[in-house]
Ligand binder design. Structure first.
Ligand code: SF4
Ligand code: SF4
Length: 434
């Protein structure tokens, strides 16, 4: 129990006393923590980080303490510790509050501030994504993905955003009896995975949803909140709440786990803002992952196998779907609905891949160390595709597979279901590898 007076009054860390107090130091979370397992240091596990947060709050460690910053910076924010914790410690909220408090005392690194600034400015974001697409289309990304180190990995991340299985669009039949749905298009999803966004819209329409568009929507703010820029995240949240209210949608569809988790957190993020708390809670209550919407609507085909013979697919759970949103079965049910897919087990599919937003920018070595066992497990599974519903995971795993010469590709689960509907319509151009 934290009994010391608060040494940081008025900060986000001051407001999370109950969450800090909930930790009873049992250690059940340790074996779920990728950084603890990789570094074997108590300070790089959830329990140790909570002790550091408490010490800063109590003033026994200064706000500017380098070691505190280092150990909190190394946290992936994967929230596997939340799933493991029997005491209900809201670790994600503690981390965000701590990072925001530390960031106010000392600015974040320039590269992080630049990245966050791009995601806050729509015109700049569009220009950045357009440039990335040109680099990808030119073949430069594939070429430069062979470079050693961080630069090569970054180009590999870009290269593996190409559509994994080209298919022609098909026209979903008009059903029109279900809820009206608007999709959060997402910065990276609309910029680099537009094929998945279009697939999501087609699949939802196939399942009877009436699709609407939320004009004026923005970045969800997840990167900002995770980096401690809570005010930046709140500004984006308000813009999105207003945009989706205008759309008249009953449900807000997500196909990026990180965005979905953030949007469900708007209620918490704006909980102290009297003008927005109610609207934020109503918004968060309408958020659904695409796999949940497909499961809610029930089965409706498809029937044509993706190709002759089984396509071996392993599912890797995005942390922000499994741990932050507690969605485990819906994506698997979606994959099982695809004719010709053979789901193969993937050990430690519930463990982070090391992607974690802009983590690779800040902690490149640790990000790679967390990814390495995941790549081994995928290769041993014999899967032709690794299905995972988050752009960061698709790029992290996809780039890792590309650079180690594996045949397997990362794919969003909704792309596989969409490919099956395309096959039904005779429009599957290339059934893919494996
Ligand atoms: S965070 Fe939860 S599981 Fe981990 S030590 Fe604290 S109470 Fe135990
Ligand atoms: S969020 Fe992930 S990396 Fe951070 S302490 Fe929890 S389990 Fe470890």
């Amino acid at each position: 129990m934290t009994t010391a007076p608060c040494a940081v009054p008025g900060t986000p860390l001051a407001g999370v006393k109950a969450g800090l107090d909930a930790c009873v130091h049992c250690g059940f979370c340790l074996q779920s923590c990728p950084t603890y397992l990789t570094l074997e240091d108590e300070n790089d596990g959830p329990r140790g980080r909570i002790v550091l947060m408490r010490a800063v709050r109590a003033g026994t460690l200064p706000l500017g303490d380098d070691a505190v910053r280092t150990h909190l910076d190394r946290c992936l924010g994967c929230r596997a510790c939340e799933s493991a914790c029997p005491s209900g410690v809201p670790y994600g909220q503690l981390l965000e509050a701590s990072r925001a408090t530390l960031a106010a005392a000392r600015p974040r690194p320039l590269a992080v501030r630049l990245a966050l600034g791009v995601f806050r400015r729509p015109a700049l974001l569009r220009a950045t994504m357009a440039t990335a697409r040109v680099v990808r289309a030119s073949g430069l990304a594939r070429l430069l993905a062979r470079l050693p180190g961080r630069a090569g990995f970054a180009f590999a991340m870009l290269e593996c955003t190409r559509p994994p299985m080209p298919r022609r669009a098909y026209a979903p039949p008009a059903r029109g009896n279900a809820a009206r749905v608007a999709m959060l298009e997402g910065c990276v999803m609309e910029g680099l995975f537009v094929h998945t966004n279009r697939a999501t819209a087609r699949v939802l329409a196939m399942h009877g949803y009436a699709m609407a568009r939320a004009e004026g929507q923005r970045c969800c703010g997840a990167l900002h909140a995770h980096a401690g820029d809570l005010e930046g995240a709140r500004a984006l949240a308000r813009a999105n709440i207003a945009a989706f209210e205008r759309s008249g949608a009953d449900r807000i569809a997500m196909n990026a786990a990180g965005c979905g988790a953030m949007c469900r957190e708007y209620a918490h993020l704006l909980g102290d803002d009297p003008a927005w708390a109610g609207r934020a809670a109503a918004f968060s209550a309408r958020v659904r992952d695409v796999s949940e919407l497909v499961a809610e609507a029930g089965p409706c085909g498809p029937t044509t196998p993706l190709r002759d013979g089984a396509v071996r697919v392993a599912y890797d759970a995005p942390c922000h779907l499994l741990h932050a949103q507690r969605i485990a079965d819906a994506p698997l049910r979606m994959l099982r609905a695809v004719p010709g897919v053979e789901l193969v087990p993937l050990p430690n599919a519930d463990r982070c891949c090391g992607g974690a937003g802009i983590y690779g920018l800040q902690q490149p070595e640790l990000s790679q160390a967390v990814l390495a066992p995941k790549l081994d497990e995928i290769r041993q599974s014999g899967a032709a595709y690794v299905a995972t519903g988050n752009p960061g995971c698709l790029m992290q795993i996809g780039a890792g597979l590309l650079r180690c010469g594996a045949d397997a590709r990362a794919v969003h689960p909704v792309d596989l279901l969409d490919a099956a509907y395309a096959a039904d319509a005779g429009g599957l151009a290339n059934p893919g590898t494996g």
